[in-house]
Structures are given as structure tokens and as C-alpha cells.
Design a protein around this ligand. Structure first.
Ligand SMILES: [Fe+2]
Ligand SMILES: [Fe+2]
Length: 155
């Protein structure tokens, strides 16, 4: 996630806690996959159950970060586009440069590929935002037409 420069310490801590819980979630799902491959179904299931609880922890941090009660679909798409473009245009190019300097070809390839994937995600979200804006306009036209009809109706 893009760092918010004007955030309070608590807002920054919420972001860090969200990052930690999110990482725990994906890490435990990954560990479950390995444990299952190693033949320990019980430990795999334990990792999966705990991963779900980490998701709940991450979501309650997100509620305080994004104030879900005030959210709109348009804003969700804007935030998603912002995050994906940050990855595409800033984060991955910087990481790729460092990997190149350090001669880590696998990481260079990984960062390049993921930058392209993030650009793809930004595109898909942008298309959805356009559709949403279009729908909102159509809705407004329908509402206005309906209101006109109501206004013309004889009493
Ligand atoms: Fe947790
Ligand atoms: Fe993405």
C-alpha cells in the first residue's frame, strides 16, 4: 500500500498492523500448501484455520483505515487504481533497478512481470470505474425523466 505522508502515528500503526496480519494470512496459506505436500494434513488444516482468523484481524484494521461506513464504489475503485499504479510506476521499477544492480536476474524478471500485472489490474479497475460513472449518469437521466413525468402529472 502507498504510504500516507500526513498520517498520524496511530494511522501508520494501523497500516503496519494491517500489513502484518495480511502477510500472516498469505504466509499461512502458503505454509499449508507446503505442509500438505509434505503429507501433514493436520498441520495444513491448522495453518488454513489460522489464516482465516488473520484475515478477520486484517479486516478489522481496514475498517479503521478506510471507514467502510463512509465508502462508495467509486472511491474503492479510485483507491485500487492508485495502489496498482503506485506498484507499476514506482515500487516495481525501483525494486527492478536494485535487483539489476545486484545481478539478481530472477528478481528482475519477477518485478517486471508483476509491474505489468499491476498495470493490467489498474486498467481493469479503470474500466469498471468508467462503467460505474456511465451507470450513475444513466441513473441520473432516468431519475430526472421520472421526476419530469411526476411533475407533469395532473393533480
Ligand atoms: Fe493476527
Ligand atoms: Fe495487483
Amino acid at each position: 500500500m502507498k504510504a500516507n505522508m500526513n498520517a498520524t502515528r496511530t494511522q501508520k500503526n494501523l497500516e503496519a498492523a494491517f500489513a502484518g496480519e495480511s502477510m500472516a494470512n498469505r504466509k499461512y496459506l502458503y505454509f499449508a500448501k507446503i505442509a500438505r505436500k509434505l503429507g501433514d494434513e493436520e498441520v495444513a488444516a491448522l495453518f488454513e484455520k489460522t489464516a482465516n482468523e488473520e484475515t478477520a484481524h486484517a479486516f478489522s484494521h481496514l475498517d479503521l483505515i478506510f471507514h467502510d461506513e463512509k465508502m462508495t464504489v467509486q472511491r474503492l475503485l479510485e483507491l485500487a487504481i492508485e495502489g496498482e499504479l503506485y506498484e507499476t510506476n514506482h515500487m516495481y521499477p525501483e525494486f527492478e533497478q536494485v535487483a539489476r544492480e545486484e545481478g539478481d536476474a530472477a528478481a528482475v524478471a519477477e518485478f517486471k512481470e508483476q509491474a505489468a500485472e499491476s498495470a493490467g489490474h489498474a486498467d481493469i479497475f479503470a474500466q469498471a470505474a468508467k462503467r460505474f460513472a456511465g451507470l450513475a449518469k444513466v441513473e441520473a437521466v432516468h431519475a430526472a425523466r421520472y421526476q419530469q413525468m411526476l411533475d407533469k402529472k395532473p393533480a
